[in-house]
Design a protein around this ligand. Structure first.
Ligand SMILES: O=C[C@H](O)[C@H](O)COP(=O)(O)O
Ligand SMILES: C=C(OP(=O)(O)O)C(=O)O
Length: 453
């Protein structure tokens, strides 16, 4: 790859480019980022690539989830711990449904850069730059807060490091009680609005999961240790190229270049142009990479993306994260699956049922409906089944907190609840109960599908 370097993206058209006024401060921040130690290691990245290769073959399933926009203000122990807890609980439920190991990947420790539909936001007669994530500017609607500040690149790096440090220590054994569903908050399925049949299904799944975990623990001390040690990998949208390229390095033990800001970066729907800066940057990386694929993508374009980003067809390297929307998935997804299948290329298919299902309420809240999200996942499974391919993972925007951002679920969130605790600075997330319920529904669905019902 002679014509590639960590900076070669600078010669390409750059969608969502951040315009920094103070270029000397940008250069200084990037220079400092280049010197700082990596956040993750090439060993971990290669390990994840191996697990993703298994998922491509249907031997593992991937759960990817976390905030839409991680914030520096939420770099707090309770918030991080509850995010890990919900991901872990969901993964246990999915292990139970999928009958295979689940790879846990957080949208965290670096999910600080956001692409936006509009470059500016207007309130009354004031127009300011949009909020592009804590790596770039601040959410408050003031000219000062919305200025792109290069020092936030360093702040983002530091908070990613703090987050990761805490995740690593919790991973080494801080989750013993999470293996006991009797301590989980499953009260959502006892709520009045939940149909009897659904309530029974939830109770049965929780009981069977608790039995299975007790059985594993009873097998001996070593198994308990293995259960309480939990691996989480990190991911984020590799949107801010000055940030990503400053942390892209060679390492002594392997050939090639690793983006050491995260294990598994992805390219967003708005920045995946074949001749654009992001594809140029990502095509030189050794990390596994994801690309978001929306309903406008053409089958041919998707195949060319796969060929460009993984020219050697390396196992575990390439993931396509489809986000079509529940109304369009039935028509938009099959031609893409068929084209990739015809190309013979290895990919991991992941369903992101969040990003195609965003709607705006009359009172101005961005929201998503639990049933639309579930429907997109189920339809995506069905289409892969019908076409002989394998849906190997799911991708959610979620939080471990009791927010009110998405509608529906057994917790019965309605439009009038949205302003009770709408905390996201960008898109709506499933709250703790909705996320857990989603995993119950998917697991149940996987089981029935496996049993041919
Ligand atoms: O998370 C995805 C995008 O950043 C988000 O949907 C953009 O939101 P906007 O359409 O309000 O800019
Ligand atoms: C921006 C995102 O998604 P998409 O590129 O699919 O819109 C995201 O996942 O944060």
């Amino acid at each position: 790859m002679n014509d590639w370097s960590p900076e070669s993206w600078k010669t390409k058209a750059h969608a969502q480019e951040v315009k920094y006024e103070d270029t000397a401060a940008l250069d200084a921040a990037v220079a400092r980022l280049r010197e700082l130690p990596p956040l993750v290691t090439s060993w971990e990245i290669e390990k994840l690539k191996g697990l993703l290769a298994d998922a491509q073959l249907g031997k593992r399933f991937l759960l990817q989830g976390g905030d839409c926009a991680e914030t520096v203000a939420d770099c707090r122990s309770s918030v991080i711990a509850s995010k890990l807890k919900i991901l872990l609980q969901m993964s246990l439920v999915l292990v139970h449904g999928a009958h295979k190991p689940v790879i846990r990947v957080g949208r965290f420790a670096g999910q600080y850069a956001k692409p936006r539909s509009k470059a500016t936001e207007t309130k009354g007669d004031v127009e300011l730059p949009s909020y592009f994530g804590d790596l770039v500017n601040r959410p408050e609607f003031t000219a000062q807060a919305r200025r792109a500040d290069p020092n936030l690149l360093l702040s983002g790096y530091q908070h990613a490091a703090l987050t990761l440090n805490f995740i690593r220590s919790l991973s080494a054994g801080g989750f013993a009680d999470v293996h006991h569903p009797e301590y989980w908050d499953l009260s959502f399925f006892k709520t009045a609005g939940v149909p009897e049949a659904l309530r029974e299904q939830y109770e049965q799944t929780a009981r069977r999961l608790a039995d299975a975990l007790r059985f594993m623990e009873a097998l001996g001390e070593r198994t308990v240790e293995d259960l309480t040690r939990v691996d989480f990998f990190t991911s984020h949208e590799g949107l801010n190229l000055p940030y990503e390229s400053a942390q892209t390095r060679t390492v002594p033990q392997w050939a090639g270049w690793y983006d050491l800001s995260t294990h598994f970066p992805w390219i967003g729907e708005r920045t995946r142009a074949l001749d654009g800066a992001h594809v140029e940057f990502f095509r030189g990386l050794k990390n596994p990479v994801g690309v978001k694929i929306g309903p406008q993508a053409s089958p041919d374009e998707v195949v060319r993306l796969v060929e460009t980003l993984n020219p050697t067809d390396e196992p575990g390297k390439m993931a396509l994260i489809t986000r079509m929307g529940s109304a369009r998935v039935g028509t938009a997804l099959p031609p893409i699956i068929e084209a990739v299948k015809r190309s013979g290329r290895r990919v991991l298919w992941i369903s992101d049922p969040m990003h195609g299902n965003t709607v705006q309420t009359s009172s101005g809240f961005k929201t998503r409906n639990f049933d639309h999200v579930l429907h997109e996942v189920e339809q995506t499974f069905e289409m892969h089944d019908a076409l002989g391919t394998n849906l190997g993972g799911v991708h959610f925007e979620l939080t471990g907190e009791d927010v009110t951002e998405c509608l529906g679920g057994a917790a019965g969130i309605t439009e009038k609840d949205l302003d009770r605790n709408y905390a996201s600075v960008c898109d709506p997330r499933l709250n703790y109960r909705q996320a857990l319920e989603m995993s119950f529904r998917i697991a149940r669905w996987m089981e029935r599908r496996k049993n041919g019902r």
